[in-house]
Structure formats: C-alpha cells, structure tokens
Design a protein around this ligand. Sequence first.
Ligand SMILES: Nc1ncnc2c1ncn2[C@@H]1O[C@H](COP(=O)(O)OP(=O)(O)OP(=O)(O)O)[C@@H](O)[C@H]1O
Length: 288
Amino acid sequence: MKKSIRFIINPISGIGKKNILPELIQEHLDHSAFTYDIVFTEHRGHARTLSQEAAEKGIDIVCVAGGDGSVNEAGTALINTKTALAILPTGSGNGIARHLGLSLKLKSMIQRINEYKLDTIDTVSLNSRKAIGVSGFGFDALIAKRFDEYHTRGFLSYAKLVLKEFRHYEGISVVLNDNEEYSNLLFCSIANTSQFGNGFYISPEADIKDGQFDIVFIELPPIFGFVGLLISSIRGTVHKSKYVKLVQTNEASIRVKSSTAHIDGEPIDFKDLSINLKSNPASLSVIV
Ligand SMILES: Nc1ncnc2c1ncn2[C@@H]1O[C@H](COP(=O)(O)OP(=O)(O)OP(=O)(O)O)[C@@H](O)[C@H]1O
C-alpha cells in the first residue's frame, strides 16, 4: 500500500525560494510509493496544528520544509505517534537537519524520502515544552529574539546581529539542580544535537540517540575570547575551550533569572524561571 505524506512548507524560512518546492516534489517523489498533499504555513504555530492534524488522520509522514523552528513545530507534534518526520532543510541554519546528516539539496532529500529509511531519535522536555535540537538561555536566546524582529533572514544578517549585540552583553547566571551556581555566563545551552546551524557547533559530541542531552555553560569571554569561541565552534572543538563546561545527563533542573529563552532557535518566554529538563528517549521517528 502507498504511504501518505503531508508536506508542510514554511514560505518565509531561510532565503531561498520555496514556491518551486511543489514542482520538485511532483518531479522527484516516487508516485508509485507515496500519495501526498502540500500545505503552506500562514503564521507561527501553524506547522504544529497541521502536523498534529496529520498524525490524528494517521498520515504516515509529515515532511516539513523549513528551518529548526518549523522542524520543532511539526516534529514535536509527532512525539510518540506513529507518524514519522521528514525534513526538507530550507531554513537559515538547519541545525537539526545538519546534525542528522540530511542532504541540504532538496532534490536529493526528496529522493531520500523515496528510500523511506526510518530512525528513532530522542527529544527533550523543558517543563511542558519540547525541543529536538538546541535550546538555551542567555545570549543565544537574545539573538533568537532580535533575529525574529529582523526583516531579513539568512546567515549574513545573523552574523551582523551577533557581533553588534555582543558588545553590550552583560551575562547571566544559572543554578543547576538547586546546588551548583554558574555565574557570568554568555549563555547556557541545552543540546540534544551538536550544532546551532550553519556548522556552528555547541556540543560537537552530542548524540541524538543516547537518551541524554548536554547542558553547556559558556562563560562570558572578553572580545578576543569570543572570536576564539566562534572559531572553535566552527572547528568543532568548542567543548574543549576553557570558557566551556559541559554536563551530560538525562534529567536536571535549572533556575534562571531571565525568562528569555529559545527552543530550537525560536524565541520564547518561560513563565516559570525554574525549568525541569528531561530526555524523552526514542520518542520521534525520522526519515534519515
Ligand atoms: N507564513 C508565515 N508567516 C510568518 N511566520 C511564519 C510563517 N510560517 C511559519 N512561520 C514562522 O517562521 C519562523 C521561522 O521559521 P524557521 O525556523 O523554519 O526558519 P529560519 O528561522 O529561517 O531557519 P532556522 O531556524 O534553521 O535558522 C517560525 O517561528 C515559524 O513558526
């Protein structure tokens, strides 16, 4: 029997053209194996509703075309359901897709969907919210918030913003498990995957299938140290930096002073400043 796919396309993700996607799908999807429908998202949160609806209807695959924000919306709606997630990476950073080793070429990625090779990955709960890739508190959350207010997306806008904001940044403190205080931090990341996107690693050895996540504390460095951190992030050696402390666990609590956070790169405000973190092992099927 043919498998069913719902394609969910975020038209504003990244900087490439998404309106050619229906044509690419028509051309390269194996129509002897799959039936499909295509829906474009119209607002924030729409991918979540569309994905949830697909799972309720028993659709086999939700394929989201977007960046990590869209992957979060569509993917977390499929946790512990029979519907698998596929990704067509059309975002600005595509951290989750890169971590999973997916092709960034859309034609190749559609051809990979034809092969229908499934794997199971972990997700992470932050109180009632769910993450797939990297979430965090501090500078990265501030950047996610500012980037969201920007009118242009893409890597260059992102890089400009990071350098501008770093100059005035004052640092945060985080209490881990009610007893270990980390102060003067640039940020604290909760990494289920290895990178933010665009090859900027935060926890190069993170494994999305080990039932654990990494809490990464980055001390606020001077400007030359910040540049060094960026370089080691690209080189994949950031976990060895003197500014970095990494704690691997499957469950923890953290207390933060500011509610500004991001989940998979999307800015959010936590109402509660005490956050329980928990790994949900093997909770999501993905096409790899
Ligand atoms: N039609 C729409 N109009 C405005 N926002 C939308 C629309 N559809 C989806 N969104 C929102 O766009 C945001 C950004 O999407 P996404 O994360 O996929 O792209 P990106 O930010 O370019 O990529 P990345 O996260 O990889 O850097 C998400 O919060 C999503 O909910």
